[in-house]
Design a protein around this ligand. Structure first.
Ligand code: ADP
Ligand code: MG
Length: 245
C-alpha cells in the first residue's frame, strides 16, 4: 500500500433553488499506509461528500486525490451509513456479489466466522437485526481485501453493547489484514477508541481544523476510563472541538 494525498480545492453543489453551495474548500489530508483515521465533524459539514469523491463516485470537483508512483489503483471498500443489502439475496449472496466467482468461498467463510454470522448466511436481509446487517455490510467490504476502507458512520443507531462488539471485530479484522481506514463518526469516544489519528472538520465549507494522534496502546483501548481521560484532556486542550460534536 501507499500514502494517499487528498487535495480538494473546491466542491460545490447546485441546490434545488439553483444557488451554489460550497461543500468543501481548500481541504488537504494525507493518509499513511495501514493507518486508521477517524474524521469527526458536525452533521452536514461534507463528510459523505468527501468519501464519495475518494471512492470515485463523484468526479465533479476541483482538486486531486493522488497516490505514490508505485501504486496505480487502490481497491476501495465503502461501508455506507445504511447497510444497503439487496433484499432478494441472502446474506452470503450479498457478500459474494462483490467478489469474482473463483475467489469467493474461502474468504467469505472465514469472514462470516470472524463476524459470528455463519449460522445466518442463508437468511434474507428482512430477517436480520440492524447490528447483523451492519456486520454483513462490513464483511462485504472486507471480502474484496481493500487497500482503503471508507466507513460512513457505520455504527450509528446500534445499541452500546452491539456497537462495542462490532468495533472489536472490526479492529481484529483490520489487525489481521492491515489496510488504510477512513472512518466517519460524530462520537468522540468511538473515534478515540478506534483511531491512530483524529481529524476534526469545520462546518460547511469543510476544512481540517486540527489533527490529533491517539497515543493509547491498542491493547488498552478497551479501558473506558483511559478513553474518557483522553477525551477530557483533548477537550480542555482544544476547546474549539466542543462546537463540532
Ligand atoms: P455530512 O456527511 O457531513 O453530513 P454531506 O457531505 O452529506 O455532509 O453534505 C455536505 C453539504 O452538502 C450539506 O450542506 C448538504 O446539504 C449538501 N449536499 C450534499 N449532497 C447534496 C446534493 N446532492 N445536492 C445539493 N447539496 C448537497
Ligand atoms: Mg453523511
Amino acid at each position: 500500500m501507499t500514502d494517499i494525498h487528498i487535495d480538494i480545492k473546491n466542491k460545490t453543489y447546485i441546490t434545488a433553488d439553483a444557488c451554489q453551495h460550497t461543500a468543501i474548500k481548500d481541504f488537504k489530508l494525507s493518509l499513511t499506509s495501514n493507518e486508521f483515521v477517524c474524521l469527526v465533524g458536525p452533521s452536514g459539514c461534507g463528510k459523505t461528500t468527501l468519501l464519495n469523491i475518494i471512492a470515485n463516485l463523484d468526479s465533479q470537483y476541483q482538486g486531486e486525490i493522488s497516490l505514490a508512483q508505485q501504486y496505480t489503483q487502490p481497491k476501495i471498500g465503502y461501508i455506507f451509513q445504511n447497510p444497503r443489502l439487496l433484499p432478494w439475496r441472502t446474506v452470503r449472496e450479498n457478500i459474494e456479489l462483490a467478489l469474482p466467482v473463483e475467489q469467493s468461498s474461502e474468504i467469505v467463510d472465514s469472514l462470516l466466522d470472524a463476524m459470528q454470522l455463519s449460522n445466518i448466511q442463508h437468511v434474507y436481509p428482512e430477517h436480520l437485526s440492524l447490528g447483523m446487517s451492519r456486520r454483513v455490510s462490513i464483511i462485504r467490504a472486507f471480502a474484496i481485501n481493500p487497500d482503503v476502507l471508507l466507513m460512513d458512520e457505520p455504527f450509528v443507531s446500534l445499541d452500546a453493547p452491539t456497537a462495542r462488539q462490532v468495533r472489536e471485530l472490526l479492529i481484529s479484522l483490520w489487525q489481521q489484514r492491515p489496510h488504510t481506514i477512513l472512518f466517519v463518526t460524530h462520537d468522540l469516544r468511538e473515534a478515540i477508541t478506534l483511531a491512530d489519528r483524529l481529524v476534526f472538520l469545520s462546518p460547511s465549507p469543510m476544512t481540517v481544523i486540527s489533527e490529533i494522534k491517539v497515543n493509547i496502546a491498542r491493547e488498552n483501548r478497551d479501558d473506558e476510563l483511559l478513553i474518557e481521560n483522553f477525551r477530557q484532556q483533548l477537550l480542555t486542550a482544544h476547546p474549539e472541538i466542543k462546537n463540532l460534536l
